[in-house]
Write a protein that binds this ligand. Structure first.
Ligand SMILES: NC(=O)c1ccc[n+]([C@@H]2O[C@H](COP(=O)([O-])OP(=O)(O)OC[C@H]3O[C@@H](n4cnc5c(N)ncnc54)[C@H](OP(=O)(O)O)[C@@H]3O)[C@@H](O)[C@H]2O)c1
Length: 396
């Protein structure tokens, strides 16, 4: 079994070109753990394991946008925090659903599950045992800029405050032979994972700014696969945005390539490129807005959650062998539940307020600030991606 799984991804064993140090295979792998995962965490998390329920008064006081974050609702006269509101895209499965569950169980959060399939999301919420007062499903199709704008209008009309936005949803099309496109004509992976989220985050930035919650955050889920300073990031095809000529041309496959770098279409690369855009965008948000707004901008690699729907388009043999390969060979495997706790920490943990950081977790599940690859931390490229993205989503 192990050999078969390894044979599926032979390049996972190759020496990384950009890889520094001498990570053993045990420490890294396909969609696995970064080379620097052995680095000791600066701090460990505890809040999510501590499922203290807030007072009923605090829960009731949470709906109006003008509700102050701190209320004096307990009989003992102690100050309590109102429930936070977090929007999570793609909360109908995998990491998004597990995070929703982890946050809902604390009783401290109301989760807006921003999903393209309303029924699926509602069913997922029920099967996860979520209590109705802890979540709301709202329609969002990131593959349509109109839908993104509609979602933002609906959210604003709900008059809820926005305390945290989590850009989590993604598509991964590794076996696609031809590109497919969003409603606006962008290659689907970059259009959904990056451009849809870029517009969403830009349109909701003012709401985040207005939040009076003690820590307001914008989180964009990244991935090890976009980072070529890791073994996993060196599995071909590697992420590479090149000189952005395809992006400048509109990613529409007509008068430009569907790929950001202008090259031939490759579904796996398009996903990795989109993740580089996610990580660059987080840092550009940080540079432009952190100081003035106090918003914490963060990204993360949640670990290799080999069982999620992300791999639904992969060949059946891969889907069969990938989870045991990650569990027993690379040891990079993380359960959906564990990954949900990790992302929930980035949403809510008081110690994770540093902005501009890409979080990872070591083998003891302790968080640490990870290093991004050269391209994923290139400030000049981040600015160019930002400016081109603004044009594509018609903000400029
Ligand atoms: N799995 C891993 O090993 C891994 C590793 C590193 C990073 N990540 C990242 O983790 C995040 C979540 O992935 P996952 O593994 O949890 O995969 P998943 O279970 O497939 O979840 C992806 C979610 O995105 C939603 N989605 C897809 N297209 C959408 C659209 N056009 N509009 C709105 N929602 C859309 C899906 O909705 P439907 O339910 O309707 O399909 C689903 O809820 C992604 O950002 C991924 O890059 C995953």
């Amino acid at each position: 079994m192990a050999m078969q799984a390894a044979a599926l991804v032979p390049s996972a064993f190759s020496i990384p070109k950009e890889g520094k140090g001498s990570a053993s295979f045990k420490e890294s792998g396909l969609f696995g753990v970064s080379l620097s995962d052995h680095v000791k965490a600066d701090f460990s998390s505890s809040a999510l394991r501590n499922k203290r329920k807030p007072s009923v008064g605090a829960i009731r006081a949470q709906t109006a946008a003008t509700t102050p974050a701190i209320t004096r609702a307990t009989p003992e006269g102690k100050k309590t925090l109102r429930k936070g509101t977090v929007v999570i895209t793609g909360a109908s499965s995998g990491l998004g659903l597990a995070t929703t569950k982890a946050l809902a169980e604390t009783g401290k959060w109301h989760i807006i599950m921003a999903c393209r399939d309303f029924l699926k999301a509602e069913r997922a919420a029920r099967s996860a045992g979520l209590s109705k007062e802890n979540y709301t499903v709202m329609h969002l199709d990131l593959a349509s800029l109109d839908s993104v704008r509609q979602f933002v209008d609906n959210f604003k009309r709900s008059e809820r405050p926005l305390d945290v936005l989590v850009c989590n949803a993604a598509v991964y099309l590794p076996t696609a032979k031809e590109p497919t496109f969003t409603a606006d004509g962008f290659e689907l992976s970059v259009g959904t994972n990056h451009l849809g989220h870029f517009l969403l985050a830009r349109l909701l930035l003012d709401d985040l700014k207005q939040s009076d919650y003690p820590s307001k955050r914008l989180i964009i889920v990244g991935s090890i696969t976009g980072n070529t300073n890791t073994l996993a990031g060196n599995v071909p095809p590697k992420a590479n945005l090149g000189d952005l000529r395809g992006m400048a041309g509109g990613l529409n496959g007509l008068n430009s390539s569907a790929m950001i770098d202008g090259g031939a279409f490759d579904g796996a690369k398009a996903y990795k490129d989109s993740k580089v855009c996610n990580m660059l965008t987080m840092q550009e948000f940080h540079r432009r807005y952190h100081e003035d707004t106090g918003i914490t901008f963060a990204s993360l690699y949640p670990g290799c959650i080999a069982t999620t729907g992300l791999f639904r388009e992969h060949i059946p043999l891969f889907r069969l062998l990938f989870p045991p390969f990650q569990k027993f060979i690379t040891k990079g495997y993380v359960s959906e539940e564990e990954s949900g706790k990790r992302l929930a920490q980035v949403v809510s943990e008081p110690s994770l307020t540093k902005s501009g950081v890409y979080w990872s977790w070591n083998k003891n599940s302790a968080s640490f600030e990870n290093q991004l690859s050269q391209e994923a931390s290139d400030a000049d490229k981040a600015r160019k991606v930002w400016e081109l993205s603004e044009k594509l989503v018609r903000l400029a």
